[in-house]
Design a protein. Sequence first.
Length: 472
Amino acid sequence: MGRSTNSTKSTIRPFGWQDKLGYAMGDMGCNFSFQLVSTFMQLFYLQYIGIESGDYGTIILISKAFDAVNDIVIGNLVDTKKIGKKSKYMPWIILGAVTLVVFSVMLFAPVTNFPYAGKYAWCLISYCLWSISYTMINVPYGSLHSVITDDPQQRVTLSTFRSIGAALPAILVMVVLPNIVYKKEENANGDLVEVLKGETLLPVALVLSVIAFFVLWGTTKLVTERVKRNNTENTTGFKAMISSAKSYFTNRAMIGATIATVASVGLINSTMSLNNMVFQYFFNDASKTGIAMIGSYAPMIVVMVLIGKLTKKFGKKNVLVTAMFIGAVSGIASLFAPITPDSKGMILYIICLMGLNVGNAVFQISVWAIVADCIEVSARKTGKSEEGSLYAIYSFFRKLAQGIGQAVVSWGLVAIHFKEGENAVQEAGFGDKVKTLYIILLMVASIIAFLSMKFIYNIGKKEEEEFASAKQ
């Protein structure tokens, strides 16, 4: 009935460190480009190129809607069009990595002399092209998780290593780059303020995307695909898409994981540019953004050490629900915390972020194992090999969430009267408003994710144990 099996075990290298390292390198490669785009693209186009906040929100929604559909198409192609001799995943990853270099550079081109319509079109087109390249990497890479191993605990290990791989570029982008891409200048009022050096982002994009290519190439050489599925139905094209959509939307666990993902990705991961603005306009020291990032990642470091033991004892769902509850309570408390624009206030702000990010840290580390378990449920239920298509639909919602999150940020900035432009002077109290906006978004995300994983997601410890016993 389409259950996953490890065929010819005696001739396939056992699961081990090579797979963990290779899989970690995959998200590391993706994030060298993704973190740069998610952290600095909005700032680049608003503060340097001069796109208006409302227009930028519209650009993001359009491009993310395109990108989300693109995920479904590429997921179907990965499942039905094998472009390599051995793996159906690795050739797509390499193809995407090559084109990612080109479109990353295009995205951060300093088109300041273009007319406004040209700037608008350049941002929209280059972001759509970048998204196609990123999807060609990310969909097959994410699908790999469910075919490297069918052991639930080994999947947790892969998810943990994926998070480690993702964290390293994030540290580089958020700790090192602020010291490179910001400068102190006097504004029209004679005040010394932080200003983005937009011209520096083009060489940064080139260097990071080239590094990403070689890291992703390493993934294709280190990871071994072991799980073979007995596909009882070989559909292609539109029929395959309909079949995969049916499998996805009749999978209650997948629906719960998707709602939690939309909250986490849309209102936490996609709003990091607001944190930069908090330091730029509230604390007036953008170079300290990296300190907050390190503080935010502190819960993730602790979780990485403990996640294997915790999930084995309590199950992934119970661990995640508890962590998200802590994050939601911390968010409510943070709204009333006496955060001041000085060093003491900065310390308190970082402590608040640590509490807010407890739930998200657990989710970011375990989500890939959760998605692999959801795909496993569908495979056992339908007997179909739909890893690429199911992951693509999941990625579709991640991309929509990214667009929604960035649009919410842009429209939120409009609501608090953000002034665009390299030397724009913000209204009095703007820094405090952007801080409050950021905390509210993090808190709402934690509450939504908690409710979804608690009441909708239905793969508990008992079901995980059944997965493990079925493979023996």
